[in-house]
Design a protein around this ligand. Structure first.
Ligand SMILES: [Zn+2]
Length: 149
């Protein structure tokens, strides 16, 4: 059940990102104890930073809060399949489990495209669970892009 509530927190972050005019993606990092250590939504526009994806911001915040460069045995919940950049960061951070909602045929790097975790150069691959709250995650993205057309 913590399962579901962490994705709900990621969805809250995604909705907050949409309200800021950002692509609605949200991410949450959970410690092995079950405690949320960081949560973030996309801020690429606000920060003028193409790397300010929800996952990157959450990883940076979690590492800063913990004073360490690795998030061993931590879980990352994100509303959209991570892109190749974020997948590489997830691997470098040694995150133990990745849960994501919507799949991303256009920019995803986990189940499609470069499939970063399956690459021979990938030194650490998390356990991956996809499709969590996928309808809600997808509806948020579809609604956002429809409204901007
Ligand atoms: Zn990304």
């Amino acid at each position: 059940m913590s399962f579901r509530s962490h994705m709900d927190t990621a969805l809250e972050e995604a909705r907050a990102a949409a309200a800021r005019g950002e692509v609605p993606v949200g991410a949450v990092i959970v410690a092995p104890t079950g405690q949320v250590v960081a949560r973030a939504g996309n801020r690429t526009r606000e920060l003028h930073d193409p790397t300010a994806h929800a996952e990157m911001l959450a990883i940076r915040a979690a590492c800063a809060a913990l004073g360490q460069e690795r998030l061993t045995d931590h879980a990352l919940y994100v509303t959209l399949e991570p892109c190749p950049m974020c997948a590489a960061a997830i691997s470098n951070a040694r995150i133990g489990r990745l849960y994501y909602g919507a799949s991303d045929p256009k920019s995803g790097g986990v189940a499609q495209g470069p499939r970063v975790f399956a690459h021979p150069q990938c030194h650490h691959a998390p356990e991956v669970y996809d499709g969590l709250s996928a309808p809600e995650c997808e509806a948020l993205l579809t609604g956002f892009f429809a409204a901007r057309r």
